[in-house]
Structure formats: C-alpha cells, structure tokens
Design a protein around this ligand. Sequence first.
Ligand SMILES: *Cc1c(COP(=O)(O)O)cnc(C)c1O
Length: 448
Amino acid sequence: MCSSLPIDSLQSVAQEMGVDVRSKAFAREMDARDKLAPLRDEFAIPKAQDGNDAVYLCGNSLGLLPKRAQTLVAEEFQVWAESGVIGHHQHRHGRPWVTIDEQVVGKSATIVGAKPAEVAVMGTLTANLHFLMVSFYRPTAQRYKILLEKRAFPSDTYAVKSQIQFHGYDPTTAMVALEPREGEYTLRHEDILAAIEEHGDEIALVLFPGVQYYTGQLFDIQGITEAAHRKGCYAGFDLAHAAGNVPLRLHDWQVDFACWCSYKYLNSGPGSIAGIFVHEQHFDNPALPRLTGWWGHEKTTRFDMSDEFTPSPGAAVYQHSNPSVLNTVCLLGSLQVFERAGMEQLREKSLLLTGYLEFLLQDLVQKFNMKIITPRSPSERGCQLSILLDCDVDTVFPQMMAAGLICDERKPNCIRLGPTPLYNSFTDVHRAAEIICRVMTAASAKSA
Ligand SMILES: *Cc1c(COP(=O)(O)O)cnc(C)c1O
C-alpha cells in the first residue's frame, strides 16, 4: 500500500502557499481553508488564565460542551416545569421522553457503522460491559478464557476478573493478558493473532479496545474479529477511545458486541449515557442469556405492565431502565454536530492535525529525550499522541496548564495530547507545540 503521510501533504500545501510549514502563518492559513473550522463555534472553549481560549487537547478524556446541548437541556427543563409527567408523551419540542432514545440511536449507529437496530443507548460503559459479558462470556470447562491486553483500562480488567470469578473460574488461569514485546510500547497485530491461534480453543471471548487509552494505538478490529471467529471465540470491543475518533464499521466487520462511553470524543458530558452494539446475527440467538428490565420490553406493549417479558427487537432488548433524558439530549446536541461533519471528513482532518502535531514536536522530542509511544503509522492510531517525558510529569505539567494547554498526564511521565477535528484548529496545534517547547526549555534550564 502506498499512501503518503499527512505531513507530506501539509508540506506540499505550505510550499504552494509559499510559507514555512513551521510558521504560525501556515497554521492560520490551514484554518482558513478548513471546511470544518466553523464547527468550533458549536462548542464552548475553556479559557486560559490570560482570558484567551485555552488550547484544549483533552477530547480523549472529556469532550467539550456542544452549545446545542445547553439549549436542548433548557428545553427539557421547560417541558418538565410546564408539563411534569405529561412530557413522557406530549412534548412541545417533539421529543416525548418515552422514546427519547430514538433521537440518538440512528445517529450513534452511523458513528460506529452499525444498523440502527444493532445499537442501544443506555446506562454507563463499565456496567454495559458487564451486561454484554453476561451474554457473551459463557465459560465451559474447555472454553473459559478471556483474551485481553495486560494494560487494559483498569475498569475493563476489573470487570473481566470479576466476571471470571462470578462464573467460578480463576483469573490467574482464565485471563490471557497480552503484553507488548520487551522494549516496545504497543502490541503487534501478528502477536495478537498468534495468541488467538495458540489459546483459541480455550478462549471464550476476545475483548479488545478499539483505540488503546494510554498509547493511542488503533487496533485492527476486523482482523482480530476474523481471527477470533476462526477459533470459535466471540469478539467484543470497548470503543471508549474509538467512537467518534476513527471511522468504524462494526456491522461489516462482524463484531459480536461492542460498548462505548460518550463523554470522550462524543462530547455528551461527564458521566453521560453510553452505547452498546450487538450484531444482528445474535438477535435470535437463544443461547445468549440476558439480564433484563422493563425498558427492554417491546415498546408498544411495555406499559401494559404484563409479567411476561416480550423482548424488543434488536439491541434495544438490553435496555433496563428508562434513560436519563437530560443526558440523552446532551448526546443529541453533539451528534447533531457530528452529522454536519461526517466521520470520513473528520478523520481526514484528524490525520492532518495529528500528523502536524507529531511533526512540530519532532525536534523537541529529540532535544528533550522524549518518546512518542503512539504508533507512527496514521492507520494505527486515532487523534491522540502519547508522549513519555524524560522527567517527572509533575515538574512540567502544571506549567503547561498554566500556559493554557489543557491536556492530561499519566504518572509518572506520560502526557496525552488529543487534537480533535470537531473543535481543534491547526493554530491550536501550533500553540500547543510552542507551549510544550517553552515549558520543556525552562524546565531543563532549571534542572541543569
Ligand atoms: C473511559 C473508559 C472507561 C470508563 O468507564 P465508565 O464506566 O464510563 O466510568 C472504561 N474503559 C475504558 C477503556 C475507557 O477508556
């Protein structure tokens, strides 16, 4: 495959403009040409200490507030205040609460590449992961293992361990936890496939992230799924860092199930409502047990209040409770903006932004002995770059924040920068690189 790197196309644009790719003028001109640039106005951008917009590169942790969400929530308060319980069925803005999830299911399905019936918007990520494992982790004496990565997000590891114990197995033997090779930071696809090949007959479930939260590595979801299926294992994915970050095609890739939170790249607000995917090939699978609640009941007869559970068609059967309307409309506000942009166009800009950041940091990385642990290949990462510093992150992180760069730190020495194409600009990336340069230079002068 011969695809040129994003920085190559930036270089040629700079040449054509007749400006230095490292200059602020270049960043400004890129913003002027960016068709997605107006979307920034849809978001509330936090301020730095000096009163100017901060450089917010933390969408990987908590997406910014879409201004529409504020309007939508205000409308829900209005209906609640005026109508109380009547709002469940009559709603002056056309969003009756009993079917509020319908506002976001189709748009969420578009983001993850699913049919609408394969997606439900419900609950929270870790809880949903448990509910899905109730269905898809059915250990037997021969097949009882879960393959995951050793450095998975802790909540996922806890969930897996406790599921294994819940079924009476021992995590020390039932967890196959993959680590990068000695001296490496990310997993090689061939090593994942080899592990599936080696342990596959004993593996019930292969559980991977779409994008690794710490390194930013994007996994080959389709390849992992195919390998798992060849060995008779289910393949599930935690898309917390993938949904809204990279294009996904869960249906075509034959993924069995997936779950994600929506407060990271999907900007629905802290702790807001999450999403699940169940492939349609499992809709009528009687071998899959499920924990149910009234909201999973078929909706036209849900309020008959029968003792007999009639399943909703599709992934909606996994819903337990009536969803938080305030959370759901926050998500709606964000998904309306996504709809204007389109995931393919966002990805195109995302590749440029991250390639630009990587390029601007290259000299600094050399000079200050830092290491970018995110894969270099754009096809193996989302927007995030994870950087290991040659010093304690606490000695520079507060200075970066004070200078107006909002990113996140993972002790002892990692910072993660996630330029997101919905609201970040090329100027943001340029400013971020400048701030990091200034802070690192000052810190090394001090320690010298
Ligand atoms: C953000 C994140 C979580 C957080 O879980 P919640 O249940 O939403 O608190 C879990 N797993 C992964 C992989 C994450 O990135």
